[in-house]
Design a protein around this ligand. Sequence first.
Ligand SMILES: OC[C@H]1O[C@H](O[C@H]2O[C@H](CO)[C@@H](O)[C@H](O)[C@H]2O)[C@H](O)[C@@H](O)[C@@H]1O
Length: 542
Amino acid sequence: MIIFILITHISAQCSHPIFCQGDILHTVQTQKIFNDGKTFVDMTMKKTETEILNVWKTIDTKNKEQVTAFVADNFIEAGSDLESIRPSDYKEKPDYVDNIKVEELKDWSLEINKIWLELCKEFKKGIEDSTSILYVPNPFFVPGGRFREFYYWDTMWVIDGLIISKMFESAIKMQENFVYTINKLGYIPNGARIYYKGRTQPPVLAQITYNIYQGLIQDGQEERAKQFIINSFGAVEKEFQYFYEHRSIRACLIFQNVYCDVMLYHYDSDIYYPRPESYNEDISIGHANIHMYHEITAGAESGWDFSTRWFADQKSLESIQTSYILSVDLNTFMIINMKRLASFSKVLGLQAKQTFYDTLSKNTEEILLDKFYNKETYQWNDYNYKDKKFNKNFYASNYFPLNLKSKSDSNLIENLKQMIQQYPGGIPTSIFNTGQQWDLPNSWPPLNQMIIQGLINNDQKELALQLSQNVINNAYCCFQKSITQYGKGYMFEKYNAASVGTSGGGGEYEVQTGFGWTNGVVIWILNTFGQQLLLPTCPQQI
Ligand SMILES: OC[C@H]1O[C@H](O[C@H]2O[C@H](CO)[C@@H](O)[C@H](O)[C@H]2O)[C@H](O)[C@@H](O)[C@@H]1O
């Protein structure tokens, strides 16, 4: 059994002798040849692996000048393995724009629409063996900035925006990349680079598939929609199986011998070495402690890299223990996946499977909604199964179950209302200001979208609109401000919850622009509340 687990782990890892392991990686990263560790691992090799490894043997690796020259002589700049392409179904003016009442927001939405042209990429042909790319057959949309490749969970919000813009070809092609990857690897890695192997991200393929299916139905393409489910079902099920087998714990081990047939889920990873793209950050914290590297990569799998949510002492990354936490968001995503699998089974006439996934979703939902709900703080809380404790602190993910069949009580809504009033720039990630990017003061568009959708599901449209307006205010004012500052309007990956017109910060890298999921979320809000949204009032300095 132990041997089997070890073999599974080793095969899941990336063993590339330059981009994932070895002396070259160690030296280039620790000598800080580049400010951002991701730059080196995104470069293209000018020669074969063997030739480069042979050249390496001839230089003085302690001499930074020689190492710098070695990199310049043997590698081409980061990102040269990608090409920008124009999406075949790009529309200058998508239909939804006509439904936006305020003229300025309408103009802004057209500007955002143009950004799709900057974010659509494909890998150059024939370079698979020279770079760290994880090959996929179709074009894709990237987040932007240092994120030159697609990211798993980001893609859900990107696709939401594409569906609203009726860019079905683009959306389907990206989903097909995921189906291709699952059929090859059994799971979808964190992002489209080999160094992201061994960890995935929040599992959203079933929801992506469902959203595209619904979009096609609403567009009157019933036959195509059904065929799409036929093509996707196997891969969606395979991914569900992956989490069921590799990321779960039997519920009865935690809740007094009840629910023995139900699993609860936690983020984890198959990696026991420093992240190649954040090599220095990890060795300076991990000091060769492979358990810590494992927990750090599990944190990256959660998409919340990093946050006090995963820290035992709620303060420092050194205390990270991601894999011990049964998290509210992951369990919500898994229940949604079960529900989607049940409805796909229905479309395909697979009655036994439909009953299986229906029953599983009901049982898992019952545990999450009931046992994880804190009747004093009126939120669902993460559970640490090592310490046998719930984390009672505020995290935006505590409200994700509003997307399920929750019956939110009035206290929960009142709490959320206060947060929305207190933070004009969107719901904050947490209330701890630690310098980590998934903490205060950052407000992330995808988390806000999940809460807005949850509020809509719970008949709280007015509150959903208020939060939507806050998100729009911040993104719109930051966009205008960047025009003044840099002569170009930018969408940011994250914003500051405490003030309008300020982007987010903190974490391991500079705040990035682009930005895939922000564009998707903003388009989704403009489409949902286009008639009600007001023109943002931006602070004077803008
Ligand atoms: O390079 C550091 C980390 O960067 C990524 O994480 C962040 O950006 C992603 C793309 O937008 C996003 O999906 C993630 O939620 C962010 O925290 C990457 O995913 C990490 O694995 C990587 O270590």
